[in-house]
Design a protein around this ligand. Structure first.
Ligand code: HEM
Length: 236
């Protein structure tokens, strides 16, 4: 490829990322990936509720921690979380710059500016939750602090189940999880709507169905997440 062609490509990409629609598309795409992660992570975590003293969950955690494909997906996951946060900050700053005298006059679209403010607040709460959550589980699993156990076939693994039960025996942590899952629900409710708008979904028959599925997901997934610490707290 010639230098001129390369320069043209860079130019196009930088222009795209500098445009509001480019950034909104990035928010929607990274958000969609994170939604898929939330779904898969929930299915994995629901195994904590199988009454077998954590056997199934620990086997699953071992598989997730040792599979090469999962390790790549996990790296992508962290990358998309960071990208989602950075682009949201850039978009907010760009929106504020476009409105130099903040709210001194009636905003062009007061509904949308209060929605994006709400999304930033909810997103910040979720970020704080993630820092606490990763310190509780991910950091222990990656950097030590878990009891070693023998899994099926004599393989040495970690008792991530026991560590999870220990964390969820504390009522205030359970309370934080439940409150944060309400935040996740509201973040998802608006996130779905924005993503639909950005993707330009507009089909007479299918758009209302997709929107209803989005609302159902935004309520059901955080509800099931909140149920896990609650059930563990009440049964241990
Ligand atoms: C009751 C709810 C939840 C439980 C019991 C739970 C449990 C866990 C556990 C045990 C791990 C460590 C896995 C390992 O490293 O082997 C983990 C990792 C993680 N969790 Fe959760 N989780 C919950 C909710 C959430 C929510 C709501 C989010 C996002 C908003 C989330 C985001 C993450 C992320 C990003 C990781 C790191 C995953 C990776 O290594 O790629 N979790 N979680």
């Amino acid at each position: 490829m010639s230098t001129v062609q390369t320069e043209k490509k860079q130019h196009w990409l930088i222009n795209f990322l500098n445009s509001t629609i480019g950034r909104k598309l990035l928010m929607a795409l990274t958000g969609t990936f994170l939604i898929l992660f939330l779904f898969v992570h929930l299915i994995g975590n629901l195994q904590l509720l199988i009454p077998d003293n954590g056997k199934t969950f620990n086997e699953y955690a071992y598989f997730m921690g040792h599979n090469k494909f999962i390790q790549v997906v996990s790296f992508g996951n962290f990358f998309f979380i960071v990208l989602h946060i950075i682009v949201s900050i850039v978009l907010t700053i760009a929106n504020q710059k476009a409105r130099p005298v903040a709210y001194a006059y009636q905003a062009k679209n007061p509904k949308s500016s209060s929605a994006s403010r709400q999304m930033m607040i909810l997103g910040s709460i979720i970020l704080l939750f993630l820092v606490m959550h990763l310190a509780h589980f991910w950091a222990k699993s990656k950097f030590g602090g878990l009891t070693e156990i023998e899994l099926t076939g004599g393989v040495k693994g970690h008792d991530l189940y026991a560590a999870t039960v220990d964390v969820f025996k504390q009522w205030w942590i359970v309370a934080i999880y439940v409150v944060c899952m309400i935040g996740v629900a509201f973040h998802l409710l608006h996130g779905f709507q924005s993503a639909f708008q950005t993707f330009g979904l507009n089909h007479q028959k299918y758009t209302p169905i997709i929107k209803s599925v989005g609302i159902g997901f935004a309520i059901l997934i955080p509800f099931l997440y909140a149920l896990i610490p609650l059930v563990i707290f009440l049964t241990n």
